[in-house]
Design a protein around this ligand. Structure first.
Ligand code: SAH
Length: 449
């Protein structure tokens, strides 16, 4: 759904690669463009402005962005004009010259995708924006849609130095947004009708640790969001076991308005590999934190990231990962094969020795295992009544989302997009449920199953 606030003064198209933080930045920029009379369009050919937000966490993501740039070379809109093209995000800072030389049709390169930075540069260089006036009733967190994914970025960059990861190099050191700004943005989402909010950071539980005294203020920040908004569903992403504490479990994870979703990347089940990865937690710490989270939150929906094929991962190390996955029983997992990223510690110190075959075999095996585990763990929801938000409706029915982000396919709904409903779960598939809508006597619901 588009919230048009002014007469159309220009059109824009956006393409986002990568993580939720990139999505959040483009949502924010889009809201600001709307407030200046911009209108989102579905193809680059219809646009006066094309924005590409890039990712370089794996080589494939970087290649995709580069090939997308190439594809824009001959883009012309029906009026015979070239759109103004802006490339932003993680690929840009380390590839300025390469992009400028190879893709001269790109008009503007912005390091990172920080909305303030992108907007100030666009104001200077994109004529149609510079000549537009801002709507009076604009608030920064006003996004283009009221869906089930409303984001507020609390931390930019990352201070962890995981040896495989390019994020700290691409996004810079950790910068925490002030608590007041986070609360204000969450409130702005609420004011325009959003029912949920997700507070983002590469390592969200490290909130506050970038300040001089290194204090951890995650609990304080989340409690401020909870106290000053009334969203029934509040989420946060991504958590690292090394920043997690019993107190976080008791005060935040157990909170009835915090959803049961905990995304806690483990990467490997081998302490030796975790050490080489420079993760600051070992397997025992990870397991202890999972046990604590499950104790305070019996309905916990636990997801993780797993990275196989790290250069020092032996077959025995890999088996430990496989066994740990069996032991913990994740509800879902994002699984990757190691991709060497220039500039990272592991690229400099560990030659990428494992063959593609070995990496792909290990990856396929864990994907297969996780499919089974996800399917089995999903069975516990059959017959349960779950609160959902309607995401889309068409002739074939509706797609809704649970508080832990699982799609629920329903044959019909009496509700509209963005509204709360309740579904009784009838069957489960690997990554979705099917269910039927039932009467809801209430609007605002806590996140408990
Ligand atoms: N900040 C988060 C996640 C960052 S990137 C954390 O520290 O866990 C998201 C995921 O991409 C990572 O968790 C990891 O599993 C994967 N990833 C990161 N770098 C990678 C690389 N070089 N090759 C393959 N996968 C990688």
């Amino acid at each position: 759904m588009l919230i048009g606030t002014s007469a159309d003064r220009f059109t824009y198209y956006s393409r986002v690669f990568g993580c939720q933080m990139n999505v959040a930045d483009v949502d924010d920029i889009s809201a600001r463009l709307n407030a200046y009379g911009g209108r989102r369009v579905e193809t680059p050919e219809e646009a006066d402005l094309v924005m590409v937000n890039t990712c370089m966490v794996r080589k494939k993501a970087e290649d995709k962005a580069m090939s997308f740039f190439g594809g824009l070379k001959h883009t012309i809109n029906p009026q015979g004009r070239r759109p103004f093209i802006v490339a932003m995000g993680c690929v840009v800072p380390r590839n300025q010259k390469k992009i400028a030389d190879t893709y001269p049709h790109i008009d503007l390169l912005v390091n990172y995708s920080d909305p303030d930075l992108v907007m100030s540069q666009l104001m200077e260089q994109f004529e149609l924006l510079a000549s537009s006036a801002l709507d009076d009733d604009f608030t920064p967190a006003m996004t283009t849609s009221i869906g089930t994914q409303n984001f507020v970025t609390a931390i930019r960059g990352c201070n962890h130095r995981c040896s495989f990861c390019v994020v700290p190099w691409a996004r810079g050191p950790q910068r925490d947004e002030p608590i007041e700004k986070i609360v204000e943005e969450a409130q702005a989402h609420e004011a325009r009708g959003a029912r949920d909010v997700t507070i983002l950071g590469q390592s969200i539980m490290a909130y506050g640790k970038s300040s001089g005294d290194g204090s951890q203020r995650f609990i304080e920040m989340m409690e401020a969001v909870l106290a000053n908004t009334s969203f029934p569903w509040v989420r946060f992403l991504t958590s690292l076991a090394c920043d997690m504490t019993d107190e976080i479990c008791e005060r935040i994870i157990a909170h009835p308005r915090i959803t049961p979703l905990l995304h806690l990347p483990i990467q490997s089940g081998s302490d030796k590999v975790l050490g080489d990865m420079k993760r600051k937690h070992d397997v025992a710490t990870y397991k202890r934190m999972v046990a604590k989270a499950r104790e305070v939150r019996p309905d916990l929906y636990l997801t993780t990231d797993i990275l196989v094929g790290f250069p020092t991962e032996t077959e025995a190390d890999y088996r430990e990962t496989y066994a740990l996955m069996e032991e913990i029983g994740f509800d879902d997992a994002f699984m990757f094969a190691y991709s060497e990223r220039p500039g990272t510690h592991s690229a400099r110190h560990f030659p990428d020795v494992l063959s593609r075959e070995v990496k792909i075999r290990r990856l396929s095996e864990i994907i297969e295992l996780q499919r089974k585990t996800s399917a089995e763990r999903s069975l516990r929801y059959i017959g349960e009544q779950l609160d959902v938000i309607i995401e889309s409706v068409n002739e074939d029915g509706a797609v809704a989302r649970t508080s832990f982000n699982k799609p629920v396919y329903m044959p019909k709904t009496d509700k509209g997009v963005g509204e709360y409903s309740r579904a009784v779960i009838r069957s489960v598939r690997v990554s979705a449920f099917t269910g039927e809508e039932i009467e809801v006597a209430h609007e605002a619901v806590p996140a408990r199953v």
